[in-house]
Design a binder for this molecule. Structure first.
Ligand code: SAH
Length: 463
């Protein structure tokens, strides 16, 4: 094999200047044009590093010593959160995090030669910690004791914790109570090497307004010893826990939840409010994890839909109907589609709970239903899409444009697929008509959420 002619070699120690931050939050330095990625390093810093991995086009290095720090560095951070990936941007000031998230979007647009599309400042939180309304925490045995914690990045090293930094503080307290109760009943923690033991994860959800708490104990075995006694103790120690459930996941997998969930005590769901609407949330349903920012996200999406009350609107990827019901308050009729049937059951119930009769929910692939609605002659004035990270398919974009809505409001959790999809919409006669708005749903992490409006240009008007 020909030797790679690279400007660095493995284990080489050198001093580099950080010129950028990758979208995963790694510092980027260039050695004769060859990029090196360095965890924990920030732009403008000068760092002594050791090369740890090289490939043909880029390499990785470990920071050894800082020669110069960035003014954007936060110094009093607990490294466990960086190591476990809970808060990979925690070492950056929040203002710099918000700029970074905006820059991810502008850089992607520039790469696609779309630099004329404007991007607003990222809408951030006042207190960017303790925001998560849901925790899914692994359980393991460390030094003979059942512990809750997190795994180090790319490793099987488990770090016990009782403060998870970005979760609702009450969720952390409930997690610690459940941990102590499981210890008291001598319940065994899961061992992934031997695929033995019982409790794999503890999932806790808490309503931001309702303050109702749900605890789900995820077990490898269908049988959980003392289940009733454990649930009773959890509810007596934490009176705000309305629901204790067991989810069984006996597979050798990284996926957290198994297919089957049963109620041990209390209700099968909790409820919460968003923008004044009530939502029932079950253990398995998707529900946005940052309630305060979700209200901003939905309000901004709704504003951009420009509804007057006469419109027909499609909400593709509707989950439990959170966006659909916000739209239904201001539109004539809303059609929602979602692939998870339990979510559609929740969505229908949520429509009824809120007394909104002008919504139709369908289970299935958004692509298929868009086509069906199109052939049925449904003419949406506005289409809202909120797809998972992989973004939209060509067929969905084609069906959407074929229906000729005035506007498409695109809520995106992945700017890379957003920019790719914008290009397809542009080929089909739609243009980004307002600055893209990033909303920080995930402070301290590298995730970026955006609202984009695509409006029909005159291109289609002659047909
Ligand atoms: N708009 C909702 C949900 C957004 S998350 C909210 O804000 O809460 C994206 C949703 O798309 C998930 O509920 C997921 O189950 C659903 N989904 C994924 N692929 C899909 C597909 N091909 N068709 C329809 N829904 C899909």
């Amino acid at each position: 094999m020909a030797k790679l002619d690279l400007p660095v070699y493995i284990k080489q120690e050198l001093t580099v200047t950080i010129i950028d931050l990758s979208y995963q939050g790694l510092g980027v330095a260039k050695v004769e044009g060859y990029p090196l990625f360095i965890e924990g390093a920030l732009p403008d810093e000068v760092v002594d590093v050791r090369v740890t991995k090289i490939t043909k086009h880029f390499g990785y290095a470990q920071a050894l010593k800082w020669q110069k720090f960035s003014p954007e560095r936060v110094t009093d951070v607990d490294n466990r959160y960086l190591q476990t990936g809970i808060a990979p941007l925690q070492h950056m000031t929040y203002a710099a995090q918000l700029d970074f998230k905006r820059k991810i979007v502008t850089d992607l647009l520039k790469k696609a030669h779309l630099e004329t599309i404007a991007v607003e400042k990222t809408r951030g939180m006042e207190h960017p910690f303790a925001y998560r309304n849901k925790a899914q925490v692994p359980v393991r045995k460390i030094d003979g004791q059942l512990e809750i914690g997190f795994f180090k990045h790319n490793s099987h090293d488990f770090i016990p914790m009782d403060n998870f930094l970005i979760q609702d503080k009450r969720i952390d307290e409930v997690l610690c109570s459940v941990r102590d109760i499981l210890r008291e009943f001598h319940i065994r923690a899961y061992n992934e090497v031997q695929h033995s033991g019982v409790v794999r994860h503890i999932l806790v959800r808490r309503g931001y307004y309702s303050k109702q708490v749900m605890v789900v104990i995820v077990t490898r075995t269908a049988h959980l010893k003392y289940a009733t006694e454990i649930a009773a103790k959890i509810q007596s120690e934490c009176p705000d826990v309305l629901s204790v459930q067991q989810n069984v996941n006996s597979a050798k997998t990284n996926v957290i939840l198994g297919a089957h969930t049963n109620v041990i005590a209390g209700t099968s769901e909790i409820e919460d409010q968003l923008n004044g609407l009530t939502f029932k949330i079950s253990a398995q349903s998707f529900y946005q994890i940052n309630p305060q920012q979700t209200e901003i996200l939905y309000t901004e999406a709704l504003k951009r839909a420009e509804l007057t009350g006469d419109e027909t609107v499609i909400d593709a990827y509707c989950g439990i109907g959170t966006i659909s019901l916000n739209l239904a308050k201001q539109a004539k009729r809303v059609y929602g589609v979602e692939i998870v049937s339990e979510a559609i059951t929740d969505a229908k119930r949520n429509a009824a709970v809120n007394g909104l009769g002008n919504v139709t929910f369908k289970t299935g692939e958004a692509e298929k239903w868009m086509e069906k609605w199109q052939t049925k002659g449904i003419k949406p004035n506005v289409i809202v899409v909120d797809p998972p990270r992989k973004g939209l398919t060509n067929s969905l974009i084609e069906s959407a444009c074929a229906m000729q809505p005035d506007r498409v409001v695109y809520v995106s959790c992945n700017p890379a697929t957003l920019v790719r999809d914008i290009q397809k919409f542009m080929e089909l006669g739609y243009n980004v008509s307002q600055p893209i708005l990033p909303v920080d749903q995930f402070p301290q992490t590298t995730h970026v959420e955006c609202v984009t409006v695509l409006s029909r240009t005159n291109l289609n008007d002659w047909d």
